[in-house]
Every structure is written in C-alpha cells, then in structure tokens.
Design a protein around this ligand. Structure first.
Ligand SMILES: *[C@@H]1O[C@H](CO)[C@@H](O)[C@H](O)[C@H]1NC(C)=O
Ligand SMILES: *[C@@H]1O[C@H](CO)[C@@H](O)[C@H](O)[C@H]1NC(C)=O
Ligand SMILES: *[C@@H]1O[C@H](CO)[C@@H](O)[C@H](O)[C@H]1NC(C)=O
Length: 385
C-alpha cells in the first residue's frame, strides 16, 4: 500500500515539475506519428523556432562562428561563462551582392523585429598587396566603411554616411573588423533603406588608393573561408525563468555537479518499505541525453550533436537530509506528510534546483550560421522542493 502511495506521489511530482507539458494537449487516442510531430514542434518552440530550418546539402560554417562557439561553449554545448556573451544570439551573414567592387549587401530578413541589436560588425579579409605594388612607398592606408543612403545610376553619384574608419598597414593579411551598428539598426527600422555598404581606401594624404594596394577578398573570387561577412550580436529578450533570478539558487559554476550521492541511509528505517527500494528511489540527479540526430535535427544543427539535460528522479521521504537541499517549505511539508495531519499532503518533489544554459550553433532558414544561448536547459543538481 505504501509503495503505491509513494509511486503515486512520484507521479504527482513529475507532473508538477514540468508544467510546460501540461498544456501539450496530446489526447491519448492520437496516433504515435501525430504525437511525435506535435512533440517535436514543441521542442522547436523551446529553441525559439516555428519550423525546422531547410538546409540543402552540406554547408561549411564560417570559421569565426566555430571559434566563437568553442569559446562560449564546451563540447556538450554547456555555457562556459554566462558573462562571455552580452546578448544571447550571434548571427552571421554572407554578402549577397558578390560584387567586384568593395560593395556589400546583407539580407537581414531572418532577424526578428523583436531582437535587440547590440553590436554589428563587418568582417573583411585583407589579402597581401599584389606583387607589382609591393614596392610602393605607402605603409598605411585609411580604410573607411560607408553606409549607402541613396544611389543614382544616371549620374553615378552616391549619398553615403561614414560608419567606421581606420588606419591599416598595407603589408599585412588577415581579418579587419569594422563596427557598423548604427547602419544595421536603421535597416531594422526600415528594411528598404538597406542599400548596402561601400568601402573606400585613401592614402594618409586623402587621395584615393588603387584597390590593388589594399585588397579585400570578395565573395565572388575567393575561398568561402575569406568571404566578407556581417556578424550581428543581438538579444532576443527571452528571459531566464524564476529559478536563477530568485537569488535563492545562484549559478556559481556552469558545470553540473556530480550526481547526488545518496547511499542507502539508516535514518529512514522507521518507514516500512525495504531498504533496497528506498535506495533506488530517493531523489537523484540522473543523465538524460538529448540526441539531436535521433530527433532528426542533425542536418541543421552544427554543434553540439546532443547534450546531457540530466533529470531528477526519486522520492523525498521524511526526514529530508541536507544532501537533498530541502527548502524550509519542503521540510515542513515533509513533516506534515509524515505526521499525516492533513490527508491530501504529499511528500515534497524531487526537482532541478540549479539550471544551466546551453549553446546551439545552427543554420537558419536563409542558411546563415547562428549561435544561440538557451537558458535553463540542463539540470545542474536536484533537490526536494
Ligand atoms: C532576403 O531574403 C528573403 C528570404 O530568403 C527573401 O524573401 C527576400 O526577398 C530577400 N531580400 C532581398 C532584398 O534580397
Ligand atoms: C544625381 O542624381 C540625384 C537624383 O537622381 C540628384 O539628387 C543629385 O543632385 C544628382 N547629382 C549631381 C551631381 O548631379
Ligand atoms: C525607407 O527607406 C526608403 C529608402 O531609403 C525611403 O524611400 C522610405 O521613405 C523609408 N520609409 C520610411 C517609413 O521611413
């Protein structure tokens, strides 16, 4: 009889621990296929998407995005340091113009209106100066990035606004990064004002310099790994849930603790079910591997292949030890339950008491590579609450 009560209590706890599943609205009589597709749609919702992005063929993500991912996340996608990224989203875009000129245009239609633009950067790969020009006496050039405000084909004039400018050594190669946040913010307000960017190179004296001297890789003529790129740091405004904000459980480490070690304890002998039963059922922190390949998402998720979300399982019998990290409320509830003062009061629930964020590197609908951080995805430890 008691075993029945406990397993019923576990059932109650499981339901209470995952309120989001309550409104899943999956009638039992539904076919397994329907349940599966509804569940996967829900999971997409957790990752902030409506549909699975359509990715055609094998694409190579930009090295910058791979490096960024490896900086903010470990091999399992777990955030190394919550303060490394200012927002929670980093998007990369390739130039759509693919012009021979140093003109670029980026299609930002995949950025949600609600996303807050924190920083936007133009990344250009500077090539070595061409051999014939190598003896030029110039050592530095002024490289300026302009936002094109209007252009006229008839008289070949352009109205433009200076966004960023810097001195660049001529005898060098590698990525040059220019901040263009203001332009991107204005494009987000009015999409049709996005007429692109224009780069002008001048000598220190102010005269235009032949583009063979300072030469940037273009999307048309150079390897994918050197393509001009726009990198956008944004925040989608999705807040962390109350667990981390409550102040009661602060995230001090970004790595899950070792499972709650709960050796068969002697202090609950008074309960009349077997020691073995109890040991297997006390509140524990157990693995729960979410495999993106099994879900059918390996086509659009670059990293990680899956992650360990962990889960909390087991009962919270009286008396609650400190290793179960009970709240005062849980302790009192446990006592009331043990005293059987009020019939309908169950034992407290074994639930996550610390949650960590994970990172996903993926291709969006427009085949841009996006890095996104999701809060509260990994149970760091469990407790009786
Ligand atoms: C930007 O991309 C979207 C989706 O791929 C497309 O519908 C739209 O026409 C593009 N806009 C421009 C200006 O090319
Ligand atoms: C070029 O054309 C634009 C509009 O077509 C006009 O506003 C501008 O004054 C013209 N500039 C010159 C130098 O003629
Ligand atoms: C959006 O930008 C275009 C092109 O610059 C301009 O013609 C139009 O008036 C702008 N619309 C608004 C609402 O500001």
């Amino acid at each position: 009889m008691l075993t029945f009560v406990i397993s019923f209590a576990t059932l109650v706890c499981t339901a209470a621990a995952r309120p989001s599943l309550n409104n899943l609205a999956l009638p039992v009589e539904n076919k397994p296929e329907e349940v599966r597709s509804a569940a996967i749609k829900r999971l997409l919702g957790v990752f902030g998407m409506e549909d699975t992005p359509a990715v055609h063929g094998h694409k190579e993500p930009p090295q910058y995005m791979l490096d960024l991912y490896n900086t903010v996340a470990d091999v399992n996608g777990l955030t190394r340091d919550p303060d490394l990224l200012e927002g929670n989203t980093v998007r990369s875009f390739f130039d759509k113009l693919r012009s021979e000129q140093v003109e670029f245009r980026f299609n930002l239609s995949t950025v949600a209106r609600t996303e807050k633009i924190l920083t936007a950067e133009l990344h250009l790969f500077k090539l070595w100066p061409q051999a014939t020009m190598a003896f030029n006496r110039l050592h530095f050039c002024q490289v300026s990035v302009y936002q094109v405000l209007s252009s006229s084909k008839h008289n070949h004039t352009q109205e433009k606004k200076l966004l960023s400018s810097r001195l660049t050594p001529i005898h060098s190669t590698g990525w040059e990064v220019f901040t263009i946040t203001h332009a991107v913010r204005s494009w987000m307000v009015n999409e049709s004002s996005n007429l692109g960017l224009h780069v002008v190179v001048r000598s220190l004296g102010g005269s235009r310099v032949n583009m063979k001297v300072i030469h940037f890789a273009s999307g048309r003529n150079h390897h994918l790994s050197k393509q001009p790129m726009l990198v956008l740091f944004t925040d989608d405004g999705r807040q962390s849930t109350s667990l981390q904000d409550s102040g009661e459980t602060t995230v001090t480490s970004s790595h899950p603790e070792a499972p709650l070690s709960d050796p068969p304890s002697r202090r609950t002998r008074s309960l009349d079910h077997s020691e073995e039963d109890r040991a297997s059922m006390t509140c524990q922190h157990l693995p729960l591997y979410v495999d993106f390949e099994e879900i059918g998402w390996s086509g659009w998720i670059v990293s990680p292949r899956g992650y360990n979300a962990y889960h909390c399982k087991g009962s919270c019998p009286f008396p609650l030890g400190q290793n179960m990290k009970p709240t005062n409320h849980a302790t009192v509830q446990s006592i009331i339950n043990a005293l059987r003062l009020i019939k309908s009061i169950e034992t407290p629930c074994c639930v996550p008491d610390k949650l960590f964020s994970i990172n996903l590197l993926y291709f969006d609908d427009d085949e841009n590579v996006v890095l996104k951080q999701y809060n509260d995805m990994v149970a760091g430890s469990c407790g009786c609450h």
